[in-house]
Each structure stands twice: as C-alpha cells, then as structure tokens.
Design a protein around this ligand. Structure first.
Ligand code: AMP
Ligand code: MG
Length: 277
C-alpha cells in the first residue's frame, strides 16, 4: 500500500519525511469495509495458527501517548479469539524486573507456538524513555540495539513471526487527542499531567524512535511506520500488514493440521482393532 514505510535494514528513514496524516485513495467508508474483510481473514488464519501449533506471532505496538495503541488493540486485534491471543503491557519496571536484564520480562511474555501476543509497549521502551530521560548511560542504550537484534533473531529462529508497528502521529494531533480526552468521561481516566510533560520532549522522542527503528528494523523483525492521525486508515494498515504476514503460512498450517488429524485417526483405528490402510 502506498504511504506505508517498512524498515527492514535495507535503508534508513527519517520520521520527519513520513506524513502522519497520510491516507489511501479509499474513502473512510470503503476502508472500513476492506478492514472488516481483512479481519475476517485474520480470524480464520488465527484458527489455523492455533491448530497447527507451529508458528508464534509477536506484534509490537509502539508510539507516543495517544498514538492509538489501545485503540488498535480494541479495533484490530479485538476480532481475535482469546483462546490463543494475549496482550502484554509493559509499564515502568517493578523492582524485581529492574533487577534483571531488560529483556527478561519481555522474553517471559513472548508467544508460544500457536499463540499471538501483542506487546502494548515493549523492550523498545528501554531504548526510548530511558534514553530521553537520561536514566542510563548513552553507551548502555546504544549497546541495547545489538541485544534487541540478537533477541529478536533468536525468536525468529524459533518460528516466531515478528511484526513491529510505530503508530506515527503529529504533535498537533496529539494535542487534539489530549484535549479530547478531558472532555470524554470514558477516556479521562487515561489522562496524566505527565503526558503534557512528555510532550515537551517530543523532538527527543522522535529522534530516539528514529534511531531504534533504523537500528532494529531487520529482515526477520521489520518495523512498519503507520500513519496514524486518521484512525480508520491506521486500522486498515494494521489489518493488512498482519494478514499479509500470516497469509503465506496458510498452506503449511493446513498441511500440518491435516497430518496431525491423520495421525490421530490412525491411532483411533488401531484402538478399535481396525486394520490400518
Ligand atoms: P501507559 O502505556 O500509558 O500505561 O504508560 C506506561 C508508562 O510506562 C509509559 O510512560 C512508559 O514510558 C513507561 N515504561 C514502560 N516501559 C518502561 C521502561 N522499561 N522503563 C521506564 N519506563 C517504562
Ligand atoms: Mg499513557
């Protein structure tokens, strides 16, 4: 799809070159219909993924406050069957988490084969917020890019499909959303004076994101930059990206569950004393 920038190690990006307000040529209504179609396909793929027990799927959602991480989980991932889908949210580390290496808590939440896990924030916070607030030395956060790449490569070698999304909004759109939250009683609970403080560090965050995306966009764990000012477009991009990543595995999963089914039937026949063919 046009306007969608994927970062997989073949080129570097600058966030300021990517327009957060981009949309497709579709109308919002047509996009919503297409998204619904894709989500039906996603639910079918998820069922095969679950039955085949061969592949794990890790979806990482990152973005500034109000960029739509929660909304994406609700609207796009909401169609998924809770049986084999989970959300892991990463907050300020607990003392026990902080006493371990930064990947410890993340590895523990990583998906098993047959599962989809969505990270609402992730190990990337350990090269973003801690860098912007100077909580650790520069040499430490720099060395973490390699640690992250090694970690993600290891997950990929163990049959994990990794999809990382940066929900790209503009600073103006963030202001609009923060003010909107104050007016909406169902959203005001999310407000925090810290959001306005963090906003003052916007440029530092954009730089930190740009670095993280450029250093850790790899063939096995690419970043997708999602123009996210328009929620309907964001939902379409996410739905399409996830379906496109899973779809190529459909045949392999079907073959696997057919052979699993055959093996079970063979055992049943043996149990009943039938001669196997
Ligand atoms: P929220 O996503 O609004 O619930 O906020 C979670 C907060 O936890 C954000 O301000 C994150 O920056 C912060 N956070 C998440 N991971 C880390 C981390 N590894 N170190 C420091 N702060 C973190
Ligand atoms: Mg918040």
């Amino acid at each position: 799809m046009k306007h969608i920038v994927k970062v997989d190690g073949t080129h570097h990006i600058r966030l300021s070159d990517i327009e957060p307000g981009s949309v497709s040529e579709l109308t919002p209504k047509a996009a919503a219909a297409r998204t619904a179609e894709l989500l039906t396909e996603l639910a079918e793929l998820q069922e095969l993924l679950y039955a085949a027990q061969q592949t794990a799927v890790l979806i990482v959602l990152q973005g500034m406050d109000t960029s739509g991480k929660d909304g994406s989980i609700q609207h796009v991932m909401g169609v998924l069957n809770a049986q084999n889908c989970r959300v892991a949210s990463f907050k300020v580390p607990t003392p026990r988490e902080a006493a371990h290496d930064f990947l410890w808590r993340v590895h523990a939440e990583s998906p098993a084969r047959g599962e989809i896990t969505i990270f609402n924030r992730s190990h990337y916070e350990d090269v973003l917020v801690v860098r912007v607030h100077k909580l650790i030395e520069e040499s430490t956060w720099k060395s973490r890019f390699d640690s992250i790449n090694d970690f993600e490569k290891m997950l990929a070698q163990n049959n994990t499909l990794i999809l990382k999304f940066f929900l790209h909004i503009s600073k103006d759109e963030q202001e609009r959303r923060l003010l909107e939250r104050e007016k909406d009683p169902t959203k005001a609970w999310k407000l925090s004076p810290a959001d306005w403080k963090e906003r003052e560090l916007w440029a530092d965050y954009q730089l930190a994101y740009e670095d993280a995306i450029n250093h850790c966009g790899t063939a096995v764990a690419p970043w997708t930059i999602v123009p996210a000012n328009h929620k309907w477009f964001r939902n379409l991009v996410l739905a399409e990206a996830v379906v496109e990543a899973l779809r190529p595995h459909k045949q392999e999963w079907m073959q696997r569950l057919t052979s699993l089914g055959e093996a079970q039937k063979k055992q049943l026949r043996a149990m009943r004393g039938e001669t196997s063919t």
